[in-house]
Each structure stands twice: as structure tokens, then as C-alpha cells.
Design a protein around this ligand. Structure first.
Ligand code: NAD
Length: 427
């Protein structure tokens, strides 16, 4: 068993650890180690200058024993097949941990969206939907947003799919704007769900949410919404970052020898206004620059990675001082780092549980689309809260039963559910 910066290797290592505890049949493990289907497509797009540019895209479908494949689409210049494969496997576990009737998939297109005009982005998005349309659909595979894809992009894709199949098919994509069949509460569901499980985790370490200190890496959909919720609930967000840099209050430094931070946090609403205008949090007045490396090892109560994979590794895990790590990003911690964090007594709320609020409300959206009957936001949030807390407690029970860390516990719970479905199907 080895792991490195290749996210797929890390996903395999995590699978092998959980399979080892459960003593999973070797043949089943062989099936689960690889995706069921990998699509690689080239999407020709007419650029604004009249030329044609070809973009490479993927859709990886890992497992559908528990229901249609489900997972987001990532638009990024760095996205790779290995990354999408890992993310598709994590989706299989995530949908199982929170008990929604789906399997796992993920998509990606190699593109820097910041370099495209709106028209080019729309043509690329529609092109992706056309390229994969035969392999997706409400009963087959239901994509959703991920990094650098938005509700508007989902609206274009669902519209393109509907045009191809000749009928209005909103349940083909989730994460759409409310006006075209999106669910109320979907936009910030990943962060809302994450904060529900954070509250449960805080109870386990005997801490209250109010006045905790928090550092957040990533100020996109997930990071910014989590920051807003925590700020509105009197938490102190001492540092945040995005792809262009990080910030911390100028006078924010450990005050005493036991490294307690100054209890004043950033005014997140103002920081986000500034980011909206300037494209980044970097340079916000009254702050100084902080690198990603520095942000991750701040002596905060809660560290929230909400950007990329492989941020907490063997290199920095020893220096992490947070009491809880809430993984709103997918795959931010490597298996070697997990061992170190566990030995240090840091409570990691693993990605497949912490950020599952997004797929939960995607499931609610899909169900509402199929019923043609829509819930109000309160109903969505009540269902989200109930299912997130139940999932946290399910994972905690497995953790205590097998005496393992929370990631291994979540993977065990997921694997048990997936393997049961595979066996019932006669695999
Ligand atoms: P997004 O595109 O809205 O935002 C990504 C953010 O990450 C941006 O603020 C960007 O500046 C920042 N970033 C990129 N590189 C960075 C770097 N090197 N250092 C610091 N920040 C950096 O994406 P998102 O939807 O918020 O997704 C963030 C993470 O959450 C991803 O891992 C994604 O897979 C995961 N996630 C998202 C959802 C969802 O519903 N959107 C659900 C589950 C998990």
C-alpha cells in the first residue's frame, strides 16, 4: 500500500484500508478498484475570433450498484484523468455514507474558464453535454457543478440534453438555477451541511461553536458560503485564501506562549465584497499576506480546506495545530497525513461526510424534478440537517465499533453499503 500526490493512488489506499478492516472479498475489491466506465472526449468550440479550439474532457463512472452514477463536473486547467478517477470513487463512498440512492461519477474539462468569454464558455458547456449525452440521464448518470462550474452552466447543459432527447429533462443535471428546476437551498447546501456536522464534531471535543477561531483555504462557492455562515454565527475567521493569495489581520498573531490567537476575526462580508470587485481576497485593507503553507498550520480551533486535493500531507501534518479539520474540499488530506493527524488527536471530519450536503440537496433537486413538486427552503434545510446529523452519528458509531479514525470509519460504512448492494444485485 503506498500513497503519494496522485489522488487516485490515495483513493486506492483508503479503499484498501477500509476493505482490510471489513475483510472484503478479494474479487469485489478488484471490481471496486477501477471505474466501470471512462469516457474521454474532445470538444471542438468555435472561439470568438472565428477559430476552432479542441478541449479535452472526461466523464468517469465508478460504481452504480446503489443507483444512477452521480457527481460534479470540474472545469480546470489542472484537471487530469487520475484526479477525475479519484473523485468518482469518492463520490461512490459519499452517496453511500449519506444514504442517497446513487453511485459515484465525476467529470472534468481541461480549461481555464477565466480565459473564455461567456459565449465561449456556453458553447464549451453545451459541447460537453452533447459529447457525453448517450452515457448520462436521470436514470443513468446525473452530473452537477464542481470547481469552476456554476448553476448557469448546469442550466445550459440540462437545456442541451433536453434538446437532444426531445423533452424537458431537468433531472438530467442538478445544481441548476431555481428558475429552471433547481432546488431552493442548493446554492449553499455543501457549506450548510458542513456546518451541521461541524457542530456535532465540536460537541465531541466539548466545544461550543460561538467564538471559535477558523482558517479557510478557498473562497469559492463552498469556502465563501461556509465563511458567511460562521461569520454570522459569531465565529472568528482569522485567515482566508484563494488561488491568488491569502490574508490574515495585520495584528493577528499568537498573543501568548500557548499560541492563542487574537480573538478578532475578519469582516467576511466586507472581504467577499472586496473579492467580488477585485477578483481576489488578496490586498484587503488591514490585512497582511499569508501563504497557503502558513494558513494551514495556524493555531486555530477549526481548519477548513475548501479548495484543492493534497493540501495536508506528510510535509505539514506534524505542524497542523487545529483541533478539528472540516474537509469541505475533496481529497485535501493524504493517507500518510491522516495517520499523523490521528496520532496527534486531531479530529478530521472527512470529505465524504463533511461536504456531502451538496449531493444531498442535489438528490432533493432530482427528486423534486421527477415529482414535479417543489419544497420550500425550510423543508429542504430540515431534511438536509436531519440527514447530515444522522450520517455523522452513523460514522461515529462505526468509529467506536472498529476503533478507527473518522475517515476509515466513513469509508467502512460506505463500503459496507456498496458491497451489500453489489451482492444483492448478484455481482
Ligand atoms: P469554486 O470554483 O467555487 O472555488 C474554488 C476556490 O478555490 C476558489 O476560491 C479558488 O480561488 C480557490 N483556489 C484554487 N486554487 C487555490 C489555491 N492554490 N489556494 C487557495 N485557494 C485556491 O469551487 P467549489 O465548488 O467551492 O469547490 C471547492 C472544493 O469543494 C473542491 O474540492 C470541490 O470538489 C469541493 N466540493 C464542492 C461542492 C459543491 O457543491 N460546489 C460539493 C462538494 C465538494
Amino acid at each position: 500500500m503506498s500513497s503519494n500526490s496522485n489522488p487516485y493512488q490515495n483513493a486506492l489506499t483508503q479503499l484498501e484500508i477500509a476493505a482490510g478492516v471489513l475483510k472484503i472479498n478479494k474479487d469485489i475489491l478488484e471490481i471496486l478498484k477501477v471505474p466501470k466506465r471512462i469516457l474521454k472526449v474532445y470538444i471542438p468550440v468555435r472561439m470568438d475570433d472565428g477559430s476552432i479550439k479542441n478541449f479535452e474532457g472526461f466523464r468517469v463512472q465508478h460504481n452504480d450498484a446503489r443507483g444512477p452514477f452521480k457527481g460534479g463536473i470540474r472545469f480546470s486547467p489542472e484537471v487530469s484523468m487520475d484526479e477525475v478517477m479519484a473523485l468518482s470513487m469518492w463520490m461512490t463512498w459519499k452517496t453511500a455514507v449519506v444514504g442517497v440512492p446513487y453511485g459515484g461519477a465525476k467529470g472534468g474539462v481541461i480549461v481555464d474558464t477565466k480565459k473564455l468569454s461567456k459565449g465561449e464558455l456556453e458553447r464549451l458547456s453545451r459541447g460537453y453535454a452533447r459529447a457525453v449525452h448517450k452515457f448520462i440521464g436521470p436514470n443513468i448518470d446525473v452530473p452537477a457543478p464542481d470547481m469552476y462550474t456554476t448553476p448557469e452552466i448546469m442550466a445550459w447543459m440540462a437545456n442541451e440534453y433536453s434538446r437532444i432527447v426531445g423533452e424537458n429533462t431537468p433531472a438530467s443535471f442538478t445544481g441548476k438555477p431555481v428558475e429552471v428546476g433547481g432546488s431552493l437551498g442548493r446554492a449553499n447546501s455543501t457549506s450548510v451541511g458542513g456546518i451541521y456536522v461541524l457542530e456535532e464534531a465540536l460537541k465531541k471535543i466539548g466545544k461550543e461553536k460561538r467564538h471559535i477561531t477558523v482558517a479557510i483555504q478557498g473562497m469559492g462557492n463552498v469556502g465563501a458560503n461556509a465563511a458567511k455562515i460562521l461569520y454570522n454565527e459569531d465565529c472568528n475567521i482569522v485567515a482566508v485564501s484563494d488561488s491568488r493569495g491569502g490574508i490574515i489581520l495585520k495584528d493577528q498573531r499568537p498573543k501568548t506562549k500557548d499560541q492563542k490567537l487574537n480573538m478578532e476575526g475578519l469582516n467576511i462580508l466586507k472581504v467577499l465584497e472586496y473579492k467580488e470587485k477585485n477578483g481576489s481576497v488578496a490586498g484587503f485593507h488591514g490585512t497582511k499576506t499569508i501563504t497557503n503553507e502558513e494558513l494551514l498550520v495556524l493555531p486555530v480551533d477549526v481548519l477548513i480546506p475548501a479548495a484543492l486535493e493534497n493540501q495536508i500531507t506528510i510535509k505539514n501534518a506534524h505542524d497542523i495545530k487545529a483541533k478539528i479539520i472540516l474537509e469541505l474540499a475533496n481529497g485535501p488530506t493524504t493517507p500518510e497525513a491522516d495517520k499523523i493527524l490521528d496520532a496527534k488527536g486531531i479530529l478530521v471530519v472527512p470529505d465524504i461526510l463533511a461536504n456531502a450536503g451538496g449531493v444531498l440537496v442535489s438528490y432533493f433537486e432530482w427528486a423534486q424534478n421527477r415529482m414535479g413538486y417543489y419544497w420550500d427552503e425550510q423543508e429542504v434545510n430540515e431534511k438536509l440537517k436531519k440527514q447530515m446529523i444522522r450520517s455523522f452519528n452513523d460514522v461515529w458509531a462505526v468509529k467506536e465499533k472498529y476503533k478507527v479514525d473518522t475517515r476509515v470509519a466513513a469509508n467502512i460504512l460506505a463500503l459496507e453499503r456498496v458491497v451489500k448492494a453489489m451482492k444483492l444485485r448478484g455481482v
